[in-house]
Design a protein around this ligand. Structure first.
Ligand code: ZN
Length: 246
């Protein structure tokens, strides 16, 4: 099976469309590590599409915040404003859908999908030291997570932790061969709001038969996504950051 694994779409319809166009024919099923909405201007379009097309989704903190399942006190003012706008914009069907998204980790076909960490859906795994503590909590040797919006992840190689790099600025893909002796926590990166200094939309394809994970980056119509954010009167910073990938 070939899985298209998405994370942190954040209501960015233009980025999602570009990813689907480029990934066409490369996958059999679609999975998502959470944060479908929050920040971007198209929460209903993204939710409608996910309901129809994504096989398994774990919820993210912005999904919870946008349907009243999270205390907004923990959010910075910009994230809070976006969550409140999203809450007012979502259709009743989409509120119901997001409210019922399951908490990760979930196991799918011998691997796990997670929003934050194997222990805590809201925890950020950024550096190798964060990951080192958490490999022992995985139920499978391959897992996918999101939340940080940083494409890459970690390899456990006999108690040594290695960090996985993203494709460089001139590359649009990078293949990782899965070694059965190692364990992997893979971050597909963010579709709709990358924060690793590369504004291109991120995702991975996991081919379980070939035991290969391919990291992809693709550009999309950032200007259009920015214009929609401004038109919706969401905080302008949410538009500006898309251009720089921060
Ligand atoms: Zn996110």
């Amino acid at each position: 099976m070939r899985y298209l694994i998405l994370s942190d779409i954040h209501a960015n319809w233009e980025a999602l469309q570009a990813v689907l166009e480029r990934a066409g024919g490369k996958y059999d099923e679609i999975l998502c590590c959470g944060d479908l909405i929050g920040y971007g201007a198209d929460p209903n379009q993204v939710c409608d599409w996910c309901r129809a097309n994504v096989k398994v989704v774990v919820r993210g903190n912005h999904d919870k915040a946008s349907v009243g399942l999270e205390d907004l006190e923990w959010f910075n003012p910009i994230a809070k404003a976006a969550a409140l706008w999203t809450q007012q914009t979502l259709t009743p069907e989409n509120i119901e859908y997001v409210r019922n998204l399951p908490q990760g980790p979930l196991t799918v076909d011998g691997f796990q999908i997670i929003h934050g960490s194997p222990l805590d859906e809201d925890e950020y795994m950024i550096g190798a030291s964060d990951a080192a503590q958490l490999f022992s909590y995985l139920a499978t040797s391959v897992a996918f997570f999101g939340h940080t919006h940083l494409q890459g992840g970690f390899i456990w190689n006999h108690s040594r932790i290695e960090m996985i790099g993203k494709p460089g600025p001139r590359k649009s893909e990078e293949v990782l061969e899965i070694d059965p002796e190692c364990a992997y926590m893979i971050n597909p990166g963010s579709v709709g709001q990358p924060r690793d200094a590369d504004p291109r939309a991120s995702y991975v394809v996991y081919d379980t038969g070939a035991r290969q994970i391919t990291f992809y980056r693709h550009s999309y119509d950032v200007v259009k996504a920015q214009a929609k954010i401004m038109q919706a009167k969401l905080p302008p910073l949410l538009a500006e950051r898309l251009a720089v990938g921060r």
